[in-house]
Write a protein that binds this ligand. Structure first.
Ligand code: NAG
Length: 290
């Protein structure tokens, strides 16, 4: 019995030694690879491109993939840092053309002359500083609006519940909004949701001339923007953004330390030629009850 077993083992011996040799070789190759990887001499290719940490494109790719697009090949979406005082960013092609047109059509029948909020009473009053017309869309009104609101939450890192309903605005030739702050300096208007911390301004149309968003108190070289030569006189009085259909401008009324940021002063320059349609989303510190 014992002899038989011995013979059997010997017969397998040669095969095993070749096999274990290959195993050992594989083991050592893996070991070398692991050491090289650990030392950073070799690295495995990943599906993501290499990008600098200041580039928000990774975030952008993720949201654009998850967002149900109405078009098959949407134009490229990318973020641009406009300024750090105020903290302002442009998200190019944030909305599709179809979404812009949808919002305009939805709002058209209900447009009324714009008013501003009275800081003493909280009531809306007609005003000469703001001469546009507008309306509010109920938060979460329909699938398309919900989709846009979800995207705004992703872009701002502020929950959807903290947002007021979308406001749709229309400016005709000569209409404007004088520079103002979006934050409140009174108790009344901060009762619901606390202070406004950020604003997302979406351009629903191109404007032939004028209608820029201007930050007159920005700490920046106003003339260093590439579109400087295309700006109206009004827009040259600050750091300005030209309206472009689908683009979104995000700016913060509060600094990261939660103090109010006066450099967020902004206005809408008069439209000189064409029409301006825009949509505003104000985001609060806490849940905004609708
Ligand atoms: C502002 O930017 C413009 C255009 O880039 C440049 O010519 C000018 O020298 C800058 N001004 C200052 C004060 O840096």
């Amino acid at each position: 019995m014992a002899k038989g077993k011995h013979t059997h083992t010997r017969a397998q011996g040669k095969k095993w030694s070749t096999f274990s040799l290959v195993l050992w070789a594989l083991f050592f190759l893996t070991l070398i690879l692991v050491v090289l990887l650990a030392l950073g001499i070799v690295y495995l290719p990943t599906t993501d491109d290499d990008f600098p940490t200041t580039d928000l494109s990774a975030f952008r790719r993720k949201t654009s993939q998850s967002a149900e697009s109405l078009v098959e090949n949407p134009p490229e979406q990318w973020t641009e840092i406009l300024s750090w005082e105020p903290r302002a960013f442009i998200y190019h092609n944030f909305l599709s053309k179809e979404e812009c047109e949808y919002l305009i059509e939805l709002a058209k029948p209900q447009m009324v002359k714009s008013s501003v909020v009275d800081s003493k009473t909280g009531k809306s009053t007609e005003s000469r500083v703001r001469t546009s017309s507008g309306m509010f869309l109920k938060r979460g009104k329909d699938k398309i609006v919900q989709n846009i609101e979800k995207r705004i939450a992703d872009f701002t890192f502020i929950p959807e519940e903290n947002g007021e309903g979308l406001q749709i605005l229309h400016y005709e030739v000569g209409q404007k909004y004088e520079p103002h702050y979006d934050y409140f300096l009174d108790e009344f208007n901060t009762k619901n949701g606390g202070q406004r911390i950020a604003t997302v301004l979406m351009y629903l149309s191109d404007v032939e001339e004028g209608g820029e968003t201007v930050f007159p108190a920005a700490n920046a070289n106003f003339s260093s923007v590439p579109w400087w030569n295309d700006l109206s006189q009004c827009a040259r009085k600050g750091l300005s953004v030209k309206p472009k259909m689908g683009d979104a401008l995000l700016f913060w009324s509060m600094r990261p330390d939660a103090t109010l940021d006066p450099s967020s002063l902004h206005g809408g320059c008069p439209v000189i030629k064409g029409n301006k349609w825009s949509s505003t989303k104000w985001m609060h510190l806490r849940e905004y009850k609708v």
